[in-house]
Design a protein around this ligand. Structure first.
Ligand code: BG6
Ligand code: MG
Length: 219
């Protein structure tokens, strides 16, 4: 029986991938590193420090841990400054409608994000009201594809994984949901989230009606 939903933030509730891209691109240009949208797509769902390592691998470069932390911090300052532009108009189409519907029907809802900036993003969107529990980059130490952030959300909601549906736009996020024993909904192309139990190209298609129709024996 489904009693709860756990949502990833970036790429599910709002599209921050472009803001992450601009901040990483600015750092990469300064450092003379190659960085483009294809590499940026590989950073979906993974932590800030894992992200900088992916970018360095792509450039066949390595740096000591202290330098990595300093550079990732610099990128983060650019990213956080860019979040000031975000407003409640910046939900992905359909996201606010689904969150509102879940509230109306009395489901338990948690955030399960890898981002250490999730609270700021939720504030900019005025989205705190939709969540009973906030799981973010500060809540657990092992990041996606490990299931820890979703297990944290389920535990705080006092639900079992098999009572929750996870929404994710990242390959590593669907891997994490499956590893934790959750049902999963993927948002995005087949080659990224085709391994989810149910997939939509966009959040606009992910209505509660569609979700209930697909998982009908679970409601
Ligand atoms: C995830 C994003 O939600 O958060 C990743 O999909 C990002 O691209 C990660 O690297 C960590 O974000 P932050 O805000 O802590 O740097
Ligand atoms: Mg995401």
């Amino acid at each position: 029986m489904i009693k709860g939903f756990i949502f990833d933030l970036d790429g599910v509730i709002t599209d921050t991938a472009e803001l992450h891209y601009e901040a990483w691109k600015s750092l990469a240009d300064e450092m003379g590193w190659d960085f483009d949208q294809v590499v940026n797509d590989k950073l979906r769902g993974i932590s800030r420090m894992d992200s900088i390592k992916v970018i360095l691998d792509h450039n066949n470069t390595s740096l000591d841990e202290d330098t990595l932390v300093k550079l990732a911090t610099k990128k983060n300052e650019l990213y956080v400054a860019s979040l000031d532009q975000m407003t409640p108009d910046n939900y992905l189409p359909g996201a606010r409608e689904l969150l509102t519907h879940l509230r109306t029907e009395g489901f338990n809802v948690a955030l399960g994000s890898a981002s250490k900036n999730a609270v700021k993003v939720l504030q900019q969107l005025n989205a705190n009201i939709y969540f009973d529990v906030i799981g973010d980059g500060h809540s657990v130490s092992k990041s996606k594809p490990e299931p820890d952030i979703f297990l944290y959300g389920a535990e705080k909601l006092k639900l079992q994984p098999e009572e929750c549906i996870v929404f994710e736009d990242a390959e590593s996020g669907i891997d994490a949901a499956k590893a934790g024993g959750f049902y999963s909904v993927g948002i995005g192309p087949k080659d990224r989230v085709g391994h989810a139990d149910l997939r939509f190209d966009t959040m606009g298609e992910a209505t509660l009606f569609e979700i209930k129709s697909h998982f009908k024996d679970l409601f």
